[in-house]
Write a protein that binds this ligand. Structure first.
Ligand code: PEP
Ligand code: MN
Length: 352
Protein backbone atom coordinates (compact mmCIF):
# COMPACT_ATOMS: atom_id res chain seq x y z
CA UNK A 1 0.00 0.00 0.00
CA UNK A 2 1.18 3.53 -0.61
CA UNK A 3 0.01 6.77 0.95
CA UNK A 4 0.30 9.85 -1.24
CA UNK A 5 0.73 13.26 0.35
CA UNK A 6 1.11 16.58 -1.45
CA UNK A 7 4.43 18.38 -1.00
CA UNK A 8 2.49 21.40 0.25
CA UNK A 9 1.81 19.46 3.46
CA UNK A 10 4.30 20.47 6.18
CA UNK A 11 7.05 18.04 7.13
CA UNK A 12 5.84 17.51 10.72
CA UNK A 13 2.43 16.45 9.40
CA UNK A 14 4.13 13.86 7.16
CA UNK A 15 6.03 12.62 10.23
CA UNK A 16 2.74 12.25 12.11
CA UNK A 17 1.31 10.10 9.31
CA UNK A 18 4.46 7.96 9.30
CA UNK A 19 4.26 7.64 13.07
CA UNK A 20 0.64 6.48 12.84
CA UNK A 21 1.64 3.77 10.31
CA UNK A 22 4.66 2.57 12.28
CA UNK A 23 2.59 2.37 15.48
CA UNK A 24 0.75 -0.49 13.78
CA UNK A 25 3.83 -2.71 13.38
CA UNK A 26 4.42 -1.68 9.77
CA UNK A 27 7.55 -0.20 8.28
CA UNK A 28 7.71 2.67 5.84
CA UNK A 29 9.78 3.78 2.88
CA UNK A 30 9.51 7.46 2.02
CA UNK A 31 10.15 8.80 -1.47
CA UNK A 32 9.96 12.53 -2.13
CA UNK A 33 9.09 13.58 -5.67
CA UNK A 34 8.64 17.03 -7.15
CA UNK A 35 4.95 17.40 -6.27
CA UNK A 36 4.14 14.50 -4.02
CA UNK A 37 5.63 12.44 -1.26
CA UNK A 38 4.96 8.72 -1.43
CA UNK A 39 4.95 6.80 1.84
CA UNK A 40 5.30 3.12 1.00
CA UNK A 41 3.99 0.71 3.62
CA UNK A 42 5.85 -2.57 4.00
CA UNK A 43 3.80 -5.28 5.68
CA UNK A 44 0.11 -6.08 5.61
CA UNK A 45 -1.98 -3.17 6.84
CA UNK A 46 -5.20 -3.94 8.68
CA UNK A 47 -8.26 -2.68 6.69
CA UNK A 48 -9.11 -0.42 9.65
CA UNK A 49 -5.67 1.21 9.45
CA UNK A 50 -6.06 1.67 5.68
CA UNK A 51 -9.48 3.24 6.16
CA UNK A 52 -8.21 5.55 8.90
CA UNK A 53 -5.36 6.69 6.63
CA UNK A 54 -7.84 7.39 3.84
CA UNK A 55 -9.82 9.65 6.18
CA UNK A 56 -6.76 11.48 7.52
CA UNK A 57 -6.43 15.16 6.80
CA UNK A 58 -3.70 15.87 4.20
CA UNK A 59 -3.71 12.34 2.75
CA UNK A 60 -4.38 12.66 -0.96
CA UNK A 61 -4.74 8.99 -1.83
CA UNK A 62 -4.19 5.50 -0.43
CA UNK A 63 -3.40 2.96 -3.13
CA UNK A 64 -3.14 -0.80 -2.73
CA UNK A 65 -0.06 -2.24 -4.44
CA UNK A 66 -0.66 -5.77 -5.63
CA UNK A 67 2.89 -6.40 -6.90
CA UNK A 68 4.97 -8.75 -4.78
CA UNK A 69 8.03 -6.49 -4.96
CA UNK A 70 7.72 -3.09 -3.30
CA UNK A 71 11.03 -1.22 -2.95
CA UNK A 72 11.95 -2.01 -6.56
CA UNK A 73 8.65 -0.72 -7.90
CA UNK A 74 7.98 2.67 -9.39
CA UNK A 75 4.78 2.93 -7.37
CA UNK A 76 6.88 3.13 -4.21
CA UNK A 77 9.57 5.33 -5.71
CA UNK A 78 8.30 7.42 -8.64
CA UNK A 79 11.57 9.17 -9.55
CA UNK A 80 14.48 7.43 -11.31
CA UNK A 81 17.21 6.19 -9.01
CA UNK A 82 20.57 7.73 -9.89
CA UNK A 83 23.55 5.97 -8.32
CA UNK A 84 26.58 8.18 -7.75
CA UNK A 85 29.86 6.27 -7.66
CA UNK A 86 32.86 8.52 -7.02
CA UNK A 87 31.18 11.22 -9.11
CA UNK A 88 30.08 8.95 -11.98
CA UNK A 89 26.30 8.98 -12.13
CA UNK A 90 24.39 5.90 -13.29
CA UNK A 91 20.67 6.25 -14.02
CA UNK A 92 18.31 9.05 -15.03
CA UNK A 93 19.54 11.01 -18.05
CA UNK A 94 23.10 9.67 -17.88
CA UNK A 95 24.41 7.07 -20.31
CA UNK A 96 27.18 4.93 -18.81
CA UNK A 97 29.42 2.61 -20.77
CA UNK A 98 31.23 -0.29 -19.12
CA UNK A 99 33.78 -2.11 -21.24
CA UNK A 100 36.48 -4.71 -20.89
CA UNK A 101 37.31 -8.37 -21.24
CA UNK A 102 35.17 -11.28 -20.16
CA UNK A 103 37.97 -12.29 -17.78
CA UNK A 104 41.04 -10.63 -16.29
CA UNK A 105 43.98 -12.64 -17.70
CA UNK A 106 47.19 -10.78 -16.78
CA UNK A 107 48.34 -7.36 -15.52
CA UNK A 108 49.43 -6.39 -19.04
CA UNK A 109 46.13 -7.46 -20.62
CA UNK A 110 43.91 -5.59 -18.17
CA UNK A 111 46.13 -2.50 -18.12
CA UNK A 112 46.09 -2.21 -21.92
CA UNK A 113 42.34 -2.77 -22.15
CA UNK A 114 41.74 -0.20 -19.36
CA UNK A 115 43.79 2.34 -21.32
CA UNK A 116 41.67 1.70 -24.42
CA UNK A 117 38.34 1.85 -22.55
CA UNK A 118 39.36 5.22 -21.12
CA UNK A 119 40.61 6.52 -24.48
CA UNK A 120 37.28 5.58 -26.07
CA UNK A 121 35.30 7.46 -23.40
CA UNK A 122 34.04 4.56 -21.26
CA UNK A 123 33.55 5.15 -17.55
CA UNK A 124 33.74 1.63 -16.08
CA UNK A 125 36.20 -1.24 -16.61
CA UNK A 126 34.64 -4.71 -16.60
CA UNK A 127 36.50 -7.98 -16.02
CA UNK A 128 35.78 -11.24 -14.27
CA UNK A 129 38.17 -12.75 -11.74
CA UNK A 130 35.69 -15.46 -10.71
CA UNK A 131 34.01 -16.93 -13.79
CA UNK A 132 30.77 -18.93 -13.69
CA UNK A 133 31.62 -21.49 -16.36
CA UNK A 134 29.10 -24.01 -17.60
CA UNK A 135 31.62 -26.87 -17.35
CA UNK A 136 33.95 -27.57 -14.40
CA UNK A 137 37.01 -28.11 -16.62
CA UNK A 138 36.84 -24.68 -18.28
CA UNK A 139 39.00 -21.76 -17.10
CA UNK A 140 37.44 -20.51 -13.84
CA UNK A 141 39.14 -17.11 -13.58
CA UNK A 142 42.31 -16.12 -11.73
CA UNK A 143 40.63 -15.16 -8.45
CA UNK A 144 41.80 -12.55 -5.96
CA UNK A 145 44.97 -11.79 -7.92
CA UNK A 146 42.72 -10.77 -10.81
CA UNK A 147 40.81 -8.40 -8.53
CA UNK A 148 44.09 -6.74 -7.56
CA UNK A 149 45.18 -6.38 -11.18
CA UNK A 150 41.88 -4.86 -12.20
CA UNK A 151 41.76 -2.43 -9.26
CA UNK A 152 45.27 -1.23 -10.16
CA UNK A 153 44.38 -0.78 -13.84
CA UNK A 154 41.16 1.04 -12.96
CA UNK A 155 42.97 3.41 -10.64
CA UNK A 156 45.80 4.07 -13.06
CA UNK A 157 43.45 4.95 -15.92
CA UNK A 158 40.72 6.70 -13.93
CA UNK A 159 37.97 4.13 -14.41
CA UNK A 160 35.47 2.57 -12.03
CA UNK A 161 35.56 -1.23 -11.97
CA UNK A 162 32.93 -3.96 -12.06
CA UNK A 163 33.48 -7.65 -11.37
CA UNK A 164 31.31 -10.70 -10.82
CA UNK A 165 30.81 -12.22 -7.38
CA UNK A 166 29.42 -15.74 -7.21
CA UNK A 167 29.21 -16.66 -3.52
CA UNK A 168 28.36 -14.81 -0.29
CA UNK A 169 31.82 -15.64 1.13
CA UNK A 170 33.54 -13.65 -1.62
CA UNK A 171 31.35 -10.54 -1.39
CA UNK A 172 33.62 -8.71 1.05
CA UNK A 173 36.85 -9.32 -0.86
CA UNK A 174 35.25 -8.39 -4.20
CA UNK A 175 33.79 -5.23 -2.64
CA UNK A 176 37.24 -4.36 -1.28
CA UNK A 177 38.66 -4.21 -4.80
CA UNK A 178 35.75 -3.34 -7.15
CA UNK A 179 33.37 -0.37 -7.29
CA UNK A 180 30.40 -2.39 -8.62
CA UNK A 181 29.60 -6.05 -8.00
CA UNK A 182 27.97 -8.05 -10.77
CA UNK A 183 25.56 -10.90 -10.08
CA UNK A 184 25.60 -13.18 -13.12
CA UNK A 185 22.61 -14.63 -14.89
CA UNK A 186 23.19 -18.04 -13.30
CA UNK A 187 23.05 -16.53 -9.81
CA UNK A 188 20.06 -14.22 -10.16
CA UNK A 189 18.14 -16.38 -7.72
CA UNK A 190 21.06 -17.26 -5.44
CA UNK A 191 19.13 -15.87 -2.50
CA UNK A 192 21.97 -16.20 0.04
CA UNK A 193 24.16 -14.14 -2.28
CA UNK A 194 21.42 -11.53 -2.76
CA UNK A 195 20.83 -11.31 1.00
CA UNK A 196 24.54 -10.80 1.63
CA UNK A 197 24.65 -8.04 -1.02
CA UNK A 198 21.81 -6.35 0.83
CA UNK A 199 24.04 -5.93 3.88
CA UNK A 200 26.61 -3.72 2.13
CA UNK A 201 26.33 -0.43 0.24
CA UNK A 202 28.49 -1.30 -2.78
CA UNK A 203 26.43 -0.89 -5.98
CA UNK A 204 25.23 -4.14 -7.54
CA UNK A 205 24.55 -4.87 -11.20
CA UNK A 206 22.01 -7.68 -11.16
CA UNK A 207 21.82 -9.65 -14.39
CA UNK A 208 18.53 -11.14 -15.46
CA UNK A 209 18.38 -14.92 -15.19
CA UNK A 210 18.26 -16.36 -18.70
CA UNK A 211 14.82 -17.83 -18.01
CA UNK A 212 13.55 -15.24 -15.56
CA UNK A 213 10.32 -13.31 -15.96
CA UNK A 214 10.31 -9.58 -15.18
CA UNK A 215 8.49 -10.35 -11.96
CA UNK A 216 11.13 -12.85 -10.85
CA UNK A 217 13.87 -10.42 -11.86
CA UNK A 218 12.40 -7.55 -9.87
CA UNK A 219 11.83 -9.81 -6.87
CA UNK A 220 15.50 -10.76 -6.99
CA UNK A 221 16.37 -7.03 -6.91
CA UNK A 222 13.93 -6.68 -4.01
CA UNK A 223 16.05 -9.06 -1.90
CA UNK A 224 19.03 -6.69 -2.16
CA UNK A 225 16.93 -3.57 -1.58
CA UNK A 226 15.05 -5.12 1.34
CA UNK A 227 18.38 -5.93 3.01
CA UNK A 228 19.25 -2.23 3.02
CA UNK A 229 21.35 -1.70 -0.12
CA UNK A 230 19.53 0.81 -2.37
CA UNK A 231 22.23 0.79 -5.07
CA UNK A 232 20.94 -1.75 -7.55
CA UNK A 233 21.08 -1.72 -11.37
CA UNK A 234 19.15 -4.17 -13.52
CA UNK A 235 20.87 -5.74 -16.52
CA UNK A 236 19.13 -7.30 -19.52
CA UNK A 237 21.61 -9.82 -20.97
CA UNK A 238 19.45 -11.96 -23.21
CA UNK A 239 17.13 -14.84 -22.51
CA UNK A 240 17.00 -18.40 -23.76
CA UNK A 241 14.63 -18.98 -26.66
CA UNK A 242 14.27 -21.61 -29.42
CA UNK A 243 16.72 -19.65 -31.61
CA UNK A 244 20.20 -21.15 -31.88
CA UNK A 245 21.83 -18.70 -34.33
CA UNK A 246 22.38 -16.26 -31.47
CA UNK A 247 23.68 -17.34 -28.06
CA UNK A 248 20.71 -15.65 -26.34
CA UNK A 249 17.84 -13.45 -27.49
CA UNK A 250 18.37 -9.90 -26.27
CA UNK A 251 14.96 -8.82 -24.99
CA UNK A 252 14.94 -5.16 -26.02
CA UNK A 253 11.40 -4.68 -24.73
CA UNK A 254 12.73 -5.51 -21.25
CA UNK A 255 14.35 -2.06 -21.18
CA UNK A 256 11.15 0.04 -21.32
CA UNK A 257 9.16 -2.60 -19.42
CA UNK A 258 11.60 -2.58 -16.49
CA UNK A 259 11.77 1.20 -16.56
CA UNK A 260 7.98 1.38 -16.36
CA UNK A 261 7.80 -1.09 -13.51
CA UNK A 262 10.87 0.09 -11.63
CA UNK A 263 12.92 3.21 -10.85
CA UNK A 264 16.23 1.32 -10.96
CA UNK A 265 18.76 2.01 -13.77
CA UNK A 266 18.59 -0.50 -16.63
CA UNK A 267 21.83 -1.57 -18.31
CA UNK A 268 21.94 -3.65 -21.50
CA UNK A 269 24.53 -6.31 -22.31
CA UNK A 270 24.53 -6.79 -26.09
CA UNK A 271 27.61 -9.05 -25.87
CA UNK A 272 26.05 -11.94 -23.92
CA UNK A 273 22.68 -10.92 -25.35
CA UNK A 274 23.76 -11.99 -28.83
CA UNK A 275 27.03 -13.92 -28.50
CA UNK A 276 28.17 -12.58 -31.88
CA UNK A 277 30.57 -9.70 -32.44
CA UNK A 278 28.79 -8.35 -35.53
CA UNK A 279 25.54 -7.97 -33.58
CA UNK A 280 26.98 -6.07 -30.62
CA UNK A 281 27.08 -2.66 -32.31
CA UNK A 282 23.50 -2.68 -33.70
CA UNK A 283 22.07 -4.11 -30.47
CA UNK A 284 24.03 -1.58 -28.37
CA UNK A 285 22.54 1.25 -30.42
CA UNK A 286 19.06 -0.31 -30.31
CA UNK A 287 19.36 -0.59 -26.50
CA UNK A 288 20.22 3.09 -26.17
CA UNK A 289 17.37 4.00 -28.53
CA UNK A 290 15.06 1.91 -26.32
CA UNK A 291 16.11 3.99 -23.31
CA UNK A 292 18.89 1.98 -21.63
CA UNK A 293 20.76 3.86 -18.92
CA UNK A 294 23.99 2.13 -19.84
CA UNK A 295 25.77 -0.66 -21.64
CA UNK A 296 28.17 -3.37 -20.56
CA UNK A 297 30.26 -4.55 -23.49
CA UNK A 298 33.03 -7.10 -23.88
CA UNK A 299 36.16 -5.77 -25.57
CA UNK A 300 39.50 -7.56 -25.99
CA UNK A 301 42.84 -6.74 -27.59
CA UNK A 302 43.26 -10.36 -28.78
CA UNK A 303 39.81 -11.94 -28.83
CA UNK A 304 40.91 -15.04 -30.76
CA UNK A 305 43.17 -16.00 -27.87
CA UNK A 306 41.00 -14.91 -24.96
CA UNK A 307 40.88 -17.36 -22.06
CA UNK A 308 37.09 -17.73 -22.04
CA UNK A 309 34.97 -18.64 -25.04
CA UNK A 310 33.64 -15.10 -25.16
CA UNK A 311 36.23 -13.85 -27.67
CA UNK A 312 33.67 -14.42 -30.43
CA UNK A 313 31.45 -11.75 -28.96
CA UNK A 314 34.23 -9.33 -27.94
CA UNK A 315 34.69 -6.13 -29.91
CA UNK A 316 38.14 -5.09 -31.07
CA UNK A 317 39.26 -1.83 -29.43
CA UNK A 318 38.73 0.26 -32.59
CA UNK A 319 35.17 -1.11 -32.97
CA UNK A 320 34.47 -0.26 -29.33
CA UNK A 321 35.79 3.28 -29.80
CA UNK A 322 33.76 3.79 -33.00
CA UNK A 323 30.61 2.56 -31.27
CA UNK A 324 31.11 5.06 -28.44
CA UNK A 325 31.59 7.89 -30.92
CA UNK A 326 28.32 6.93 -32.62
CA UNK A 327 26.57 6.75 -29.25
CA UNK A 328 27.65 10.29 -28.54
CA UNK A 329 25.55 11.37 -31.53
CA UNK A 330 22.63 9.10 -30.67
CA UNK A 331 22.43 9.91 -26.94
CA UNK A 332 21.02 13.47 -27.14
CA UNK A 333 18.34 12.35 -29.62
CA UNK A 334 16.97 10.00 -26.96
CA UNK A 335 17.47 12.45 -24.09
CA UNK A 336 20.70 11.10 -22.65
CA UNK A 337 24.03 12.70 -21.74
CA UNK A 338 27.14 10.97 -23.03
CA UNK A 339 30.55 12.22 -23.95
CA UNK A 340 33.38 10.23 -25.42
CA UNK A 341 37.02 11.05 -25.04
CA UNK A 342 37.11 11.71 -28.83
CA UNK A 343 40.51 10.15 -29.23
CA UNK A 344 40.61 7.91 -32.30
CA UNK A 345 41.89 4.39 -31.78
CA UNK A 346 43.48 3.06 -34.94
CA UNK A 347 43.01 -0.58 -35.90
CA UNK A 348 45.89 -2.71 -34.58
CA UNK A 349 47.45 0.12 -32.57
CA UNK A 350 47.19 -1.74 -29.24
CA UNK A 351 49.60 -4.04 -27.44
CA UNK A 352 48.76 -7.73 -27.17
C1 PEP B 1 29.94 -12.09 -18.00
O1 PEP B 1 29.57 -10.94 -17.82
O2 PEP B 1 31.07 -12.39 -18.44
C2 PEP B 1 28.97 -13.19 -17.74
C3 PEP B 1 29.36 -14.41 -17.44
O3 PEP B 1 27.68 -12.78 -17.87
P1 PEP B 1 26.30 -13.58 -17.73
O4 PEP B 1 26.15 -13.89 -16.27
O5 PEP B 1 25.29 -12.63 -18.26
O6 PEP B 1 26.41 -14.83 -18.58
MN1 MN C 1 31.61 -13.12 -20.73
Amino acid sequence: MIVIVSNRVPEDRVSEIIHYIEKHDLSTHVSRGEDRTVIGIIGKADPMVAEHLRQMKDVEQVVKITKSYKLASRDFHPLDTVIDIKGVKIGGAELTVMGGPCAVESPKQIDEIARLVKMAGGQVLRGGAFKPRTGPYSFQGIGVEGLEMMAEAGQKHGLLTITEVMTPEYVDVCAKYADILQVGTRNMQNFDLLRKLGTIQTPVLLKRGFSATYDEFLNAAEYILAGGNPNVMLCERGIRTFETYTRNTLDLAAIPVLQNLSHLPVISDPSHGTGRRELVEPMAKASVAAGANGLIIEMHTDPDNSMTGDGVQSLFPDQFAQLLQDLEKLAPIVGKNFQTAKEPILAGSWAI
